[in-house]
Design a binder for this molecule. Structure first.
Ligand SMILES: C[S@@+](CC[C@H](N)C(=O)[O-])C[C@H]1O[C@@H](n2cnc3c(N)ncnc32)[C@H](O)[C@@H]1O
Length: 433
């Protein structure tokens, strides 16, 4: 089937969304405001994925993508949309999800943008795959596991752009093989850069091959900002990036970032926001909503290396943080000492942990799947204020519905753009008993 449709919004994966005779069409490559000719499989009743055949009238918000790999590489999806429109679409995505999935009608304010929409990405996982002759190091293509090599990726923090070629050279010189789906040595390289300029790299490999230490030494000699290279072993199948706990191959196992004046040591594999400057705006909002702690207790779930927990502790709360990654917990404890703040950190599963819930405040920042069982528990017996930091509007909306059914009202909701040029949207939402 073919039709000319008007694109009126963006889907979860950054595709354009249009409608034709009651059918919702998801059109990769189309931009809100475009009119375009599209084609889809006959017989679909409610929704279909459609192919963009021709843009018949471009949107006033259509811009030329900066990256030659745009449309092929799966790293970012929104380079063809002006940044203001990206922000307004992200606002609408949050409002729509709350209404459609959560049955919650709130007016969501404009998305707080990130300042830098390019050159910001401070963490990246490059798959390493065996090509016909050479290893390929880049990002996965859209909806595929083939690797697109684009060393001058504009979204990435500039110093990180040097690493893929240094890795290729090192692998070539040391005759190291790449993963081909069943065998081969190196399968991923995960890099993180802090605003101090320090970089840390984790190599994910199938075996503790001694030449990996040589590779690590070479990389450190070629890149002075590289503080350390770690190894994580992973010889299984599946799409998980990291394997076992990181062991150091060379250099130091941590770098330092600052957030709103506090210092955070971060290890090779623990979570840290990819756009620290934009994340500061989000954390400042949570602090403003939480207000002065005045000695009251707070619980920070999914605490990572303790960023929000320590900011809240500085604001006068007595904070306990829960996190299930043991590396992150030990960094969180050290970060408390480093900043002379008395927050405590406990390893555990935030959805299962048998923790007393404080009366004043609970904050949570779960991964994309959200926290459905925790939401049920809070609905039955939760604190006066819950502040939910979410990286997926759909699971936020689902969990929000559970909280509302349990007697909470929705307070403020604020979307943030922490991952410009990609379909990711971050939201902070407040729930009041
Ligand atoms: C989105 S990150 C947030 C980290 C932190 N709030 C920050 O901004 O730096 C989610 C964190 O939750 C942790 N995590 C994932 N599932 C968990 C669970 N079931 N229980 C506890 N922590 C979990 C991850 O290891 C990760 O550190």
């Amino acid at each position: 089937m073919q039709a000319e449709v008007e694109i009126t919004g963006l889907g979860q994966a950054g595709e354009g969304v249009g409608r034709h005779e009651g059918l919702v069409l998801f059109v990769p490559g189309a931009v809100p405001g475009d009119r375009c000719l599209v084609e889809w499989e006959h017989g679909r009743k409610r929704m279909a994925r459609a192919r963009l055949l021709q843009v018949t009238q471009p949107s006033p918000d259509r811009v030329a993508p900066r990256c030659p790999a745009f449309g092929v590489c799966g790293g970012c999806q929104l380079q063809a949309i002006g940044y203001d429109r990206e922000l307004s679409e992200k606002r609408r995505i949050v409002e729509d999800a709350l209404r459609r999935i959560g049955h919650i009608d709130v007016r969501v304010p404009p998305t707080i943008g990130s300042g830098e929409a390019y050159g910001y990405r401070a963490k990246v996982s490059w798959p390493i795959r065996q090509g016909r002759e050479e290893p390929r190091i880049g990002l996965f293509a859209q909806e595929s596991h083939s690797v697109v090599e684009q060393d001058s990726c504009d979204v990435l923090a500039p110093p990180l752009r040097r690493l893929p070629e240094l890795l290729r050279q090192g692998m070539r010189d040391l005759s190291l093989t790449a993963w081909d789906g069943r065998s081969g040595l190196l399968r991923h390289a995960v890099a993180r850069r802090a605003r101090t300029g320090e970089v840390i790299l984790t190599l994910v490999a199938t075996a503790p091959e001694p030449r990996l230490a040589q590779l690590a030494e070479r990389l450190m000699a070629a890149m002075p900002e590289l503080r350390g290279v770690a190894l994580s072993l992973h010889d299984g199948q599946g799409n998980r990036v990291l394997g076992g706990p990181a062991q150091m191959l060379a250099g130091e196992g941590e770098i330092e970032e600052t957030i709103l004046g506090l210092r955070f040591r971060v290890g090779p594999t623990s979570f840290f926001q990819v756009h620290p400057a934009a994340a500061e705006r989000l954390f400042a909002t949570v602090l403003a909503w939480a207000g002065a702690g005045e000695g009251r207790e707070a619980l920070d779930l999914y605490t990572g290396v303790g960023v929000l927990a320590l900011l809240l502790q500085r604001a006068g709360y007595q904070v306990r943080g829960i996190e299930y990654d043991e590396e992150a917990v030990s960094f969180a404890r050290r970060n408390a000492q480093l900043n002379a703040l008395a927050a405590s950190f406990v390893p555990g599963d935030a959805q299962e942990a048998d923790m007393p819930v404080p009366r004043a405040l609970l904050t949570l920042d779960p991964p994309r799947g959200g926290a459905p069982r925790l939401a049920e528990r809070l609905a039955a017996d939760g604190p006066e204020r819950v502040i939910y930091v979410s990286c997926d509007p759909a699971t936020l909306a689902r969990d929000a519905a559970t909280l509302v059914a349990g007697g909470y009202s929705v307070g403020r909701v604020q979307p943030f753009d922490l991952f410009p040029r990609t379909a990711h949207v971050e939201t902070v939402a407040e729930f009041l008993r």
